[in-house]
Design a protein around this ligand. Structure first.
Ligand code: TYD
Ligand code: MG
Length: 458
């Protein structure tokens, strides 16, 4: 006889369970997020029954022969770069991003590429009808690729299809939130359905040796919807981000069991789909206006790749009691810190001024080395003196106002030199190899020096 099932209430925001319904989740504080789900008891094999006999496992040494994970290239070099050199068979990838950012487009281009290269690539769309996917393929010029396409949300049907015939090389599930299994009582999109579907598909990937790519929706605050557990279960988590107002899209790895997590892939959304951008610096520098004060070029690094971006600042007299500070593409705490350092250490006051800071091109900068460029933009805007067009900046500013060395300084300078910049303002400390560089270097030990230079031009 089947065991009577227990009912539990699962928070749809954090995955915490509770035995009774509550208006507010006790774990994450989200309101009205608990949903009743029938728990069929512990999954087979997960029960830790006392007295059940285990088998002794042979323990191994750390040193030993290992095979480098075999990979296949996707034909999209920006994607290969982010995954660490291609997709590993038998691995599971999760790709998250806001609606409309281009996840389905990227994955359709990927499946079509692999199918054209003679691999078995399947695309299961749970969100769009066959006709919609066909229309997109038509628009991308990929309608002739021998992709196996299905519009399906039932997990059982998908598994039966996967088991039929030769195991596929790549399976795309768009999206994991639409899948449901009739083995569970919960509605599609609930935590237990998403978790069970992901678990089943990952188990399939490991046994069949197919790579599984799951699309995951993100919530308002940018987390992949459903529990964090799917992120723990998969081998690789990629985020597709970008500003909807800009055509640029950045693919970023936040977890990768088979490679580095600090590489980015840059794409541009054009009418023919996503186009790879091999030289992102040219793209993020965009059309620059020579005469206007408040713009400074930051010589940044994303992963191992140098990237030049323009940082724009606007400092304007404030009519408000509390002046406004607004930041796009950078950390607002970092801006507050920089303003405090400029005020306390360099004597430049922003107290009656509104301050706006923007990173051009819709890029998000996380590097502390952007401090010096942001400071230069702020000083240029407050003094009204434009920074020469051919100057780049980088360096981290500490609370004392000292400018600290950054990573990969030579690579930053090389990129700037390659793109025709003539001057670089950089930290005094840290070694750089200047051979072959056509740049004049100005090394600053303290922010005070930059401030006095900028304000002396008044
Ligand atoms: P889509 O891949 O459907 O996004 P997601 O799956 O992440 O929700 O992308 C949809 C957007 O991309 C849509 O706003 C239109 C735009 N787009 C183009 O600009 N060019 C194209 O060739 C395609 C297919 C889409
Ligand atoms: Mg989509």
């Amino acid at each position: 006889m089947a065991k009577p099932s227990r009912n539990t209430y699962v928070c749809q925001a954090c995955g915490a369970t509770s035995t009774k319904w509550q208006g507010k989740c006790a774990a994450c504080g989200e309101w009205n997020s608990l949903v009743e789900e029938t728990d069929a008891g512990p999954a087979p094999g997960s029960g830790i029954a006392r007295g059940s006999k285990g088998r002794v496992i042979k323990l191994e040494a750390l040193k030993g022969s290992t095979d480098e994970a075999p990979r296949f290239l996707t034909g999209i070099s920006e994607l290969d770069r982010v995954t660490g050199g291609g997709v590993v068979p038998g691995s599971a990838l999760l790709i998250g991003g806001e609606p409309g950012i281009g996840k389905s487009t990227l994955l359709l281009q990927l499946t079509a590429n692999l199918a054209n290269a003679g691999r078995r690539a399947l695309y299961f769309s749970g969100e769009e009808a066959i006709a919609q996917v066909r229309l997109r393929a038509e628009r991308l010029g990929l309608a002739n690729a021998p992709v196996g396409l299905a519009s399906e949300t039932n997990l059982g049907n998908i598994l039966a299809t996967l088991d039929d015939g030769k195991a596929p090389d790549l399976v795309v599930i768009d999206s994991i939130q639409t899948l449901w299994s009739d083995m569970l009582d919960a509605a599609p999109g609930t935590v237990s359905q998403v978790r069970a579907a992901a678990q089943t598909l990952i188990r399939y990937a490991k046994t069949a040796g197919s790579a599984i790519l799951l699309v995951g929706h993100v919530t308002k605050d940018g987390q992949i919807a459903g529990p964090k557990v799917i992120e723990h279960m998969v081998d690789t988590v990629l985020y597709f981000e970008g500003d909807r107002g800009h055509p640029y899209r950045i693919l970023r790895a936040v977890k990768n069991r088979f490679g580095p997590t600090d590489e980015i892939g840059v794409f541009e959304m054009v009418t023919g789909g996503l186009r790879e951008v091999a030289n992102p610096s040219e793209l993020f520098l965009g059309d620059r206006d020579a005469a206007s004060p408040g713009a400074a070029v930051f010589a940044g690094v994303e992963g191992t790749r140098p990237l030049l971006v323009e940082i724009q600042a606007l400092v304007a007299p404030s009519g408000l009691g509390t002046p406004r500070r607004a930041v796009v593409g950078w950390d607002s705490n970092r801006l507050s810190m920089l303003l405090a350092v400029l005020e306390a250490r360099c004597g430049v006051s922003f107290s009656n001024q509104d301050v706006y800071l923007n990173v051009a091109g819709g890029l998000k900068i996380n590097e502390p080395a952007a401090d010096l460029a942001a400071a230069a933009a702020l000083l240029s805007s407050i003094s009204g003196v434009a920074i020469p067009r051919d100057t780049v900046f980088f360096g981290e500013v500490s609370l004392s106002g000292a400018v600290r060395a950054a990573s990969l300084m030579t690579a930053r300078l090389k990129e700037a030199s390659k793109l025709g910049f003539a001057n670089a303002v950089l930290p005094e400390s840290g070694d750089v190899d200047t051979s072959g560089l056509k740049l004049s270097l100005s090394r600053v030990p303290h922010l005070k020096l930059l401030a006095s230079r900028a304000l002396a031009c008044d």
